[in-house]
Ligand binder design. Structure first.
Ligand code: ADE
Length: 231
C-alpha cells in the first residue's frame, strides 16, 4: 500500500521528509517526488505548490506514475469558525471549492460541472485516524472535524471569510484541498486533508500567517507522522 503524503509548501513537508529513510528522488514536470519508507510504510512525499491547479497536477502525476493508493494532505489554513483558535486543527469531513461559480446557470455556488454535490467526502477511516492522531499530538480541545473550503485566493477579509463560512458551513479555508479531493474522487482514491490554523482569514491574516506558518506546518506534519505510526 503506497501512501501519498502531500503538502503545498516546503514548510508543510520538511518535518516528514526528515523521517524518510533513504528516499529516492524523482522529478516529473516541475514536481519532485520522494519515495521511501516511514515506520515501514511505503510513502511518496511531495510538494505541489500553492493553489488548485498545482495541487491537481501533483496528485494526478503521483497517482499515474507512482500508484499511490491513499492520500494524506497536510498543511495550514485560515480559520473560519469562531470556535477555532490559531494552531487548532481541522480534519476534513468534506471539501468544497468555494470559488467554482456557475451560479449564472442556476447551479449552487461550488458545484463543479458533472458532479452531483458541491462537497467531496473524505474517507471516513482516514478522518477517524487523523482525528485520533491529532488529539494524541495536541489534545482534544484543539481538534475539530468539518468542512474545508478551497479557492485560488488567500482570504484576508472579515466579510469574505464570514461569507464562505455561512454559505458552506465551513470550518477552514485554504487553497488546495478541494482540488486534491476532486482528483482523488476522480480516481477513486481515499483521502483526507489535515490543516492547522495559521490565521483567521481576516484583516490580520497576512501578519498571523507569517508568524504561525512554521509552527502550524509542523503541528500538521506531526499528526501525519502519528497517523503513519498507527496505520
Ligand atoms: N492558508 C492559510 N491561511 C489561508 C487563508 N487565510 N486563505 C487561504 N489559504 C490559507
Amino acid at each position: 500500500m503506497k501512501i501519498g503524503i502531500i503538502g503545498a509548501m516546503d514548510s508543510e513537508i520538511n518535518l516528514i521528509k526528515n523521517f524518510m529513510t533513504n528516499p529516492t528522488e524523482k522529478t516529473i514536470g516541475r514536481v519532485t517526488f520522494y519515495e521511501g519508507k516511514i515506520f515501514d510504510k511505503d510513502i511518496v512525499l511531495f510538494r505541489t505548490g500553492v493553489g488548485k491547479v498545482n495541487a491537481a497536477i501533483g496528485c494526478t502525476i503521483a497517482i499515474e506514475n507512482f500508484g499511490i493508493e491513499k492520500i494524506i494532505f497536510t498543511g495550514i489554513a485560515g480559520a473560519i469558525n469562531n470556535k477555532l483558535n490559531i494552531l487548532d486543527i481541522v480534519v476534513s469531513e468534506k471539501l468544497v471549492q468555494h470559488d467554482f461559480d456557475l451560479t449564472g446557470f442556476g447551479c449552487p455556488l461550488g458545484l463543479i460541472d458533472g458532479e452531483d454535490s458541491v462537497f467531496f467526502d473524505a474517507d471516513k477511516t482516514l478522518v477517524e485516524l487523523s482525528k485520533n492522531a491529532a488529539i494524541k499530538v495536541l489534545g482534544d480541545d484543539k481538534v475539530y472535524t468539518g468542512i474545508i473550503a478551497t479557492g485560488d485566493q488567500f482570504i484576508a477579509d472579515k466579510n469574505k471569510v464570514q461569507n464562505i463560512g455561512s454559505i458552506f458551513d465551513a470550518f477552514a479555508v485554504e487553497m488546495e484541498g478541494g482540488a486534491v479531493a476532486q482528483v482523488a474522487s476522480h480516481f477513486n482514491i481515499p483521502f483526507v486533508v489535515i490543516r492547522a490554523m495559521s490565521d483567521k482569514a481576516d484583516g490580520s491574516a497576512h501578519m498571523n500567517y507569517e508568524e504561525f506558518k512554521p509552527l502550524a506546518s509542523d503541528h500538521s506534519a506531526k499528526i501525519v507522522l502519528e497517523i503513519l505510526n498507527n496505520l
